[in-house]
Design a protein around this ligand. Structure first.
Ligand SMILES: [Zn+2]
Length: 445
């Protein structure tokens, strides 16, 4: 009897331990993941895999899991890493970051810093980011060049002046860029009103109006510091989440970064609305902003995700480290070692991230029909053996140095720890060159 002809496909991942993160949290051993046209078309035992692939990755001795989703980033801040540390948020923003951005930012620096950041994300096992910054087309092109999936929002900030002008055209760029980059499956665009303190009431209302009209996800900082809550009470007479309700934002799908100083009443209100939180523990600890009430968010059922925030306040783009830190921090805060178990923590970084960005149907788990966004962690090292529980390994034992391969939209963009689309040495050289330029500008401040 003649064998059935093998189906020609793009990519196969063969072997290892697959953490599907599907609704049943299936963990599969020694499977084949078949990928065609950017999607997972099959997950099956090797003897059932009737495929001939252009490329095959041997993932035995590896953990294969969905790519991590980083739901709050400022990608082009990469060149500000370590520039102004050990300062409180407002001093850090007003004394360094914002004046420096006002002097320095142009398309060239944004493009190069964003490319650097995009490559760093990939090397950390991150397959999608949700960015908030300026010059969306430059950030988009850099992400696309590295092969990173990105939902890119242009920061809306009244304190940069021209607020009337900005308000009149809010959302136009998002719609234009969605059209311009419609052929690029890696890119999408949205609106990012910076914060309650960075935007006027008029601007926030206009953002809500535009987002509702065009079905655009909103991206915003909220209740990062106690100061922000005090100012909101003083200026608007209500707590921040109630203020979001007042300006019409809360009823719309939105991702809120930080949410450190929200109280139980605000969290209950969030839970009744399509709101997600980006947990940014590292940034919150470094800026001494505080520790978010994670147990209360979980209790009330608010969707949670993980984020690094910008590299200038972290100072890395490492979500594996973020998960480890957050899980341990909140075990201690809650005096409960059983709080936030490893599998739940990883679920927040994958399933929760996809839900936060409104892409649950396409991403967040390894299932047939979903986008092939995959992270492969190498277990071939002293510190990785033995393995009793792969979730425990991902959260507590492994780090970004164990990220071996990354697949985004069906393409291997990191193979054996080497970026396949970009020359990493060139990126390192560019960062070093920009440092001297930035230091000169800093002297002139
Ligand atoms: Zn931020």
């Amino acid at each position: 009897m003649k064998d059935k002809p093998r189906k020609e496909i793009d990519l196969i991942l063969r072997g290892g331990t697959v953490l599907t993160m599907d609704p049943d949290m299936q963990v599969l051993e020694n499977q084949v993941i078949a990928i065609q046209d950017g999607r997972i078309i099959d997950i099956c035992a090797p003897e059932e895999a009737n495929y001939r692939a252009t490329k095959v990755l041997n993932t035995s001795d590896c953990i294969v899991m969905p790519g991590l989703i980083n739901t709050h980033t400022h990608l082009p801040m990469t060149f500000f890493r370590g520039l102004a540390d050990d300062l409180p948020l407002q001093k850090w923003l007003n004394g360094y970051i914002w004046p420096l951005e006002a002097k320095l930012l142009n398309r060239e620096v944004i493009s190069q810093a964003a490319l650097h950041g995009a490559c760093e994300m990939i090397k950390n096992g991150i397959t999608q980011i949700h960015d908030m910054y300026f010059d969306m087309p430059a950030v988009a092109k850099s992400c696309s060049q590295a092969g990173l999936r990105a939902l890119i929002g242009e920061a809306v900030l009244d304190l940069r002046g021209n607020s009337e002008e900005v308000r009149a055209t809010l959302g136009n760029k998002v719609l234009e860029l969605r059209q311009r980059f419609a052929d690029d499956p890696l890119l999408d665009f949205n609106l990012a009103p910076h914060s309650i303190y960075g935007c006027s009431e008029k601007t926030l209302k206009k953002c809500a109006e535009v987002a509702e009209k065009h079905g655009i996800l909103l991206h915003m900082h909220i209740s990062e510091t106690q100061n922000e809550v005090d100012d909101c009470l003083k200026e608007h007479g209500v707590k921040p989440v109630f203020y979001l309700q007042k300006v019409g934002i809360l009823a719309l799908p939105a991702l809120y970064a930080h949410g450190v100083w929200t109280d139980a009443e605000e969290i209950a209100l969030m839970a009744k609305n399509p709101a997600s939180i980006a947990i940014c523990s590292d940034s919150n600890l470094k800026l001494a902003s505080g520790i978010l009430p994670l147990a209360e968010y979980l209790k009330q059922g608010v969707n949670l995700s993980f984020a690094t925030d910008g590299v200038a306040s972290n100072n890395n783009l490492d979500l594996l480290a973020e998960m480890d830190l957050t899980a341990k921090l909140h075990k201690a805060v809650n005096s409960d070692p059983a709080f936030l178990p490893a599998a739940e923590t990883l679920k927040i970084a994958t399933v929760g991230g996809a839900r936060a960005l409104g892409v649950s149907e396409k991403r967040g788990s390894l299932e047939i029909g979903k986008d092939a966004d995959i992270c492969v962690l190498d277990l071939n090292a002293l510190e990785c053996q033995p393995v009793y529980n792969p979730y425990s390994h991902v959260i507590y034992s492994l780090g970004s140095r164990h990220v071996r391969d990354v697949v985004i939209n069906g393409e291997v963009v990191l193979e054996n720890q080497v970026l396949t689309r970009v020359d990493e040495d060139g990126i390192i050289e560019a960062a070093q060159a920009w440092k001297s330029h930035i230091l000169k500008e800093l002297d002139l401040l």
